[in-house]
Design a protein around this ligand. Structure first.
Ligand SMILES: Cc1cc2nc3c(=O)[nH]c(=O)nc-3n(C[C@H](O)[C@H](O)[C@H](O)COP(=O)(O)O)c2cc1C
Length: 356
C-alpha cells in the first residue's frame, strides 16, 4: 500500500470497520440515521458547537464584500440552478452559497459573443460559485479568464458528473477522478488565472476505484499539486456502466464515513459534505458532527421553500428575511417581468422562469 506524508492511510489508523461502527453509534446518539432512508426529524434548533459558533460569526471578506462562510450551499444542478432559480433562492435565503449549473469550458470559450447569457448574474446572488467542466487546459485557462469579469466568488471544477455525454465521450466530469495529476494541473491553471479561491466537487470513487485509499490519493495529489483547499464530496461513487445520471444519484450507496474520515485525515483542507441531505435539521446535524459545510441539491429545488426558508435563522443564526411565500412570489414576479425575452426570440420565456 502506498504511503503519503500528508495523510494516514486506513492501514495506519483505526480499522475501518471500527470507524463505521463508531460513526453509527455517534449518529444514533444524535437521533439521526444518515444511512437510513426513513430519517428521523429533529426540531429546528441552532444547537451550535463552540467551533460552529465561531464559524457562524466569522465573515469572509471577498472583493470588498463580507460573506458568512459556506456552511450551507445549494448544489450545482444542470438546467435547475440557472439564474432564475438562484434569484428566487436568494430572495428566500440571504446567506446560502449558490452554485451555478456546470458550464463547459468550451461553451464559455466558443460563446464569447454571448457570454452574458451564460455568465451574467444579478449582484444579489453573491455569494456565488461558478462551476466549470472540461479536460482541455487551454480552454480551462481561457474560460477562467473570461469568467473573471463577472465577479464570481469561487471557481469550482466538476469532477463528479457521470453522464455519458460528460464522463463518456466528453471524458471529463467524474472521469477526471481517475487522473488526479491532471486535476492538479487543471486546478493550478484555474488558480493561476483568477484571484478567487478554487475548489473541486467530486464523488468518493468511480466504478471499482472506490477504496478510501484511492480517494485519499486523489485528494492528496490534487491539493499538493495545486492551491486547492476546498473539496465538495458527493458521498457516493459513480458507476460508468451506462446507468442514467438520475440512477447514479440513487443506486450507489452513500458512504458518509469516507467524508468524515477525510475531515480527520486532511486537517488543513476544507470539506463540504453532499448527497442525500434533505432538510435544515440534517444540515445542522452534519455541522455538529464537524462538517465544514453542507451542500444540498435536489431538496433545495424540489422543496425550495421548506429547505431554504430556515437556512438564515437555523444555520446562520441570523433573522430570516421575514417574507411570506406570497411576498417571495411577488418579488419574483417583478424579476420575471423584467427579464422576459431579454435575450430575444422570447428567451427566457415564462416556462423557463417558472419551471421550478
Ligand atoms: C438535475 C440535476 C443536475 C445536476 N447537475 C450537476 C452539475 O451540473 N454539476 C455537479 O457537480 N453536480 C450536478 N448534480 C449533482 C448535484 O450537485 C448533487 O451532487 C447531487 O444531486 C447529490 O446531492 P443531493 O442528494 O442533495 O441532491 C446534478 C443533480 C441534479 C438532480
Amino acid at each position: 500500500m502506498m504511503k503519503f506524508p500528508g495523510y494516514s492511510l486506513i492501514s495506519s489508523f483505526t480499522p475501518f470497520h471500527c470507524i463505521i461502527l463508531k460513526k453509527q453509534r455517534r449518529l444514533s446518539a444524535l437521533d439521526l440515521s444518515f444511512n437510513n432512508p426513513t430519517k428521523s426529524r429533529r426540531t429546528l434548533s441552532v444547537c451550535a458547537t463552540k467551533q460552529q459558533l465561531h464559524n457562524i460569526n466569522t465573515q469572509i471578506e471577498m472583493g470588498g464584500q463580507q460573506y458568512r462562510p459556506p456552511l450551507f450551499s445549494v448544489a450545482p444542478m444542470m438546467e435547475w440552478t440557472d439564474t432564475h432559480y438562484r434569484t428566487v433562492a436568494r430572495i428566500i435565503s440571504k446567506h446560502a452559497w449558490l452554485y451555478t449549473e456546470m458550464l463547459a469550458a468550451e461553451t464559455i470559450v466558443y460563446q464569447q459573443e454571448n457570454l452574458d447569457r451564460f455568465l451574467a448574474f444579478p449582484s444579489e446572488q453573491h455569494p456565488i460559485v461558478l462551476q466549470i467542466g472540461g479536460n482541455n487546459l487551454d480552454n480551462i485557462a481561457k474560460a477562467t479568464q473570461l469568467a473573471n469579469a463577472y465577479g464570481y466568488d469561487e471557481i469550482n471544477l466538476n469532477c463528479g458528473c457521470p453522464s455519458a455525454k460528460v464522463a463518456g465521450h466528453g471524458c471529463f466530469g467524474v472521469r477526471l477522478m481517475l487522473d488526479p495529476k491532471f486535476v492538479g494541473e487543471a486546478m493550478s491553471v484555474i488558480a493561476a488565472n483568477t484571484d478567487v479561491p478554487v475548489s473541486v466537487k467530486c464523488r468518493i470513487g468511480v466504478d471499482d476505484h472506490d477504496s478510501y485509499n484511492e480517494l485519499c490519493d486523489f485528494i492528496y495529489k490534487v491539493s499538493s499539486l495545486s492551491p486547492t483547499k476546498h473539496f465538495v464530496i458527493h458521498s457516493r461513487k459513480a458507476l460508468l456502466n451506462g446507468i442514467s445520471p438520475a440512477d447514479n444519484r440513487r443506486i450507489p450507496p452513500l458512504k458518509y464515513e469516507y467524508y468524515y474520515a477525510l475531515l480527520r485525515d486532511f486537517p488543513d483542507l476544507r470539506f463540504t459534505i453532499n448527497g442525500g441531505i434533505d432538510c435544515v435539521d440534517e444540515v445542522n446535524a452534519a455541522l455538529r458532527e464537524g462538517a465544514h459545510g453542507v451542500m444540498v441539491g435536489r431538496a433545495a429545488f424540489n422543496n425550495l421553500w421548506s429547505t431554504l426558508a430556515h437556512v438564515d435563522s437555523a444555520v446562520y443564526g441570523v433573522p430570516n428575511s421575514g417574507l411570506t411565500r406570497r411576498k417571495v412570489l411577488e418579488q419574483y414576479q417583478v424579476y420575471g417581468d423584467a427579464v422576459l425575452g431579454t435575450y430575444g426570440n422570447n428567451r427566457p420565456n415564462i416556462r423557463e422562469l417558472i419551471k421550478g
